[in-house]
Design a protein around this ligand. Structure first.
Ligand SMILES: [Zn+2]
Length: 129
């Protein structure tokens, strides 16, 4: 991906982060997912008073794309409101590995952008077969 494409994906994640619903944690996260066709789906974390019903930004972006029929994914950008690198939680790593094997993740912090492969973040995923 070109630097311009990476920056565009990060900007989309930053826009999505502004829409986070995080009245409890005050920790806002934005994610944007690039499909194989070049379309970007973004998501933010959405908390609920029953905290177990809260959903992460990564999964919001993923289910939006899946529900629109997309199945091939190239990259995801992740940003958070505390300015540090925001790594996906274990649940998100598992579902991203399932639906987006080989996904490249760009994590942005105040220190810059880091690049990871989903297989690097989840080296031993649960697999049915
Ligand atoms: Zn998560």
């Amino acid at each position: 991906m070109s630097q311009e494409d990476i920056q565009s994906l990060i900007t989309s994640a930053e826009d999505a982060m502004q829409r986070a619903v995080a009245p409890y944690s005050k920790f806002r996260v934005g994610a944007s997912l690039l499909t194989g066709e070049g379309k970007i789906y973004s998501g933010c974390n959405i908390e609920n008073p029953s905290l177990m019903l809260s959903i992460c930004a990564e999964r919001v972006a993923l289910v939006k794309a899946l529900s629109e029929g997309h199945t091939g994914f190239k990259a995801m950008a992740l940003v958070s409101s505390d300015g540090r690198y925001c790594f996906p939680c274990g649940s998100c790593r598992q579902i991203l590995h399932e639906f987006a094997p080989g996904l490249i993740l760009y994590l942005k912090s105040e220190g810059g952008v880091r690049k990871y492969d989903i297989g690097e973040l989840l080296p031993y995923p649960f697999e049915k077969e």
